[in-house]
Design a protein around this ligand. Sequence first.
Ligand SMILES: [Zn+2]
Ligand SMILES: [Zn+2]
Ligand SMILES: [Zn+2]
Length: 499
Amino acid sequence: MLREDFIPVIVYDGISETIVKKGIPDKHLLGKLPFEVRGFLNTFDTVFISGSCEGGLKKVEEAGLIDEAIFIYLFSEDRNFVKKNLMQVRKNTKYALLPVFSHIETEDKADLLLDGIYRGFSGELVDSAAQIWNILFACDPIVYPENTPEFRKILYIRYLYSRGIEEERPYLNRLSKYAFSWYIAHTFLGVHEEGGEFDELELLRQMRVLQSEIADKTSLCPSCAHYNLIFKEVCPNCRSIRIEIKEFLHHYSCGYIGPIDEFIQGDKLVCPKCHEELKHIGVDYDKTMEQYYCSDCHSSFTEPDISITCANCSKEWKPEDVVTKYVYNYFITPYGKTVAAEGKLPLSLPEEVSKILGTVSYDVFRFFLNKYLGLVKRYPTHRFCLLGITLEINESVYSLQPVKLRKIIKSILEVIRDNLRETDVVSFVENKYILILLAESTDDGVLVVKNRIDKLITQIITKNNVEELIKFTTATVCVPSQEKPSEPEELINKLMQQL
Ligand SMILES: [Zn+2]
Ligand SMILES: [Zn+2]
Ligand SMILES: [Zn+2]
């Protein structure tokens, strides 16, 4: 049972002004209140009544009473009113997790954001709010500043956790660039682009906060990654779209084969080649299989080509170019529930490194390395260097100061980025090694870069007193050299030995 000095915020569209007042409403207002709302007045001494959530909650906050607000009850017969106010609460980082009940269903996916539908005051409603608060009260404060993507990620998983929602499924949404959306995630994560929550959900999966199972598949444009693709059958000869299936006739005596409309002359069939009349099927002529006919180049064929146009970027593709991508059902993991309660996300070093340095996979890195080795062998005037950086974070300590440490890591990575050129290729391996290929770089040149990075990063680490938390070393290898390694692996091993 909830303490009685808590305040239910009643949002009622039957009154015009917003009234924020602790205490029993005066007689004038009481007369306006419908029967369903009076139950709240008998149970809780204090009630706030407002016309709309957006302005209403702000006034409740200004009156210094927002911390006492225990749930919101949306009282209206208008589904749009309920939906609009519900969204205002869930999208607002300050109030997003407040229990919200309503008088009617929205008959929409928005019902996923409601904590219950009650036709009026009920003990069950109060119990349900109490259950949610039992979980929320046991959670630690969220460590991130409001309105950061991290804060919103915690709000999202904390909503799932406090409501006992184990799973979020995608639904078809023509406005999403992937053709699928995840309703709760989209609402809480504050992504602007429809479908943008997919990338965020994938990050949460990489952090092991969520796990996934395949739900469906989508087809995307290889250029702009949008699903709006138009499939067209075209002539394999001239790519025209003016093709149709026609019945073809075969004139036995001259051997001509052509679409039937070339033979029709009034009510007779006449061969367009030899001008003989076709009288008896099976004797003079025969029908061949139906074929496609192109009215632009007059060729006929049994299988048209498929051409795909992206309605978003207008580019043309072949079927084999199209990118198919799985979409998933997501489940909160037991570890995810701990993260929800503790209010801080695990560090994803690969994500931070890739965001700032723009990494490629190790396979791609090895591919470039191999190419450069080949180039140097063939043209001895060419040369290149490898710069290796170890960046190892003590994760157990990280969890104590996630915001501070994330900032430090960011500034370290920015130092590295500012000392690289656009053409340098970067990869991040084994969760601690940053490998950088500096094309056309000399031994002296790479040492200058290495020393500058060493100096600036050591400064950051010392200034912040995190010598114990962050292990940082650098090393270089240049090609050609006396030892002349000829395989990418040999070269990387040589670099790793120094790190
Ligand atoms: Zn054609
Ligand atoms: Zn003929
Ligand atoms: Zn496109």
